[in-house]
Unconditional design. Structure first.
Length: 202
């Protein structure tokens, strides 16, 4: 498996500074959507890196620190649950990605983006389906986005203990739906994702 295939292709086309971009948290019923942008040194692969979904929580946490130490720079961007409700989850994901890329201390020439849709950055963009399992920079971004979001949801678990966010991180599990039924929705729930429940309450 060549983790640098897409990076090397971009370099051969004259791009010099390459960043990877990925998101976490498009599906949950609560909390912001997160995105990360990462620039790794040229030719650099961080040992143990992979699509964040294929790694244990402990491994992701260890790799998070490693990526932050070894990368040229990184940035985390978010779009709030209110923004998700206002502009829809897809547009909010693009917004989080733009914020992540704009937050980089070094401006990249091209962004390698996980998925098949371009968020509309002000630099060149290249989408890669399942990019988090194919590109070193995207895999690094997927880990930073996932860990950052999970950490935020653990903070929210302390603020709203009744929902048990520490167990499901806001995803639509049976337990989460049961807690919503019992306690109603909180400030950090995405109202557009819970339209049926809200309609039933009225």
């Amino acid at each position: 498996m060549d983790w640098l295939e897409y990076e090397n292709k971009a370099l051969s086309e004259g791009y010099n500074i390459i960043c990877g971009v990925d998101e976490a948290g498009r599906g949950p019923l609560a909390g912001p959507v997160y995105a990360a942008a990462v620039i790794l040194p040229k030719g650099h692969i961080i040992e143990g890196i992979n699509d964040s979904k294929k790694l244990s929580e402990k491994k992701r946490e260890l790799l998070f620190d490693k990526i932050c130490e070894e990368c040229v720079c990184y940035s985390i961007g978010t779009a709030t649950e209110k923004e998700i409700d206002e502009i829809n989850i897809l547009q909010a994901t693009y917004l989080a990605m733009k914020r992540a890329v704009d937050g980089l201390s070094v401006k990249p020439d091209i962004a390698l983006i996980d998925g098949n849709r371009k968020p509309g950055l002000d630099i060149d963009e290249r989408t890669i389906v399942k990019g988090d399992a194919k590109s070193a920079n995207i895999a690094a971004a997927s880990i930073l986005a996932k860990v950052s979001r999970d950490r935020y949801m653990l903070e929210m678990a302390e603020k709203y203990p009744q929902y048990q966010f520490e167990k499901h991180k806001g995803y639509g599990t049976k337990l989460h739906y049961e807690m919503i039924e019992k306690y109603g929705i909180s400030e950090i729930h995405r109202k557009t994702f819970l339209k049926k429940i809200l309609d039933n309450e009225q």
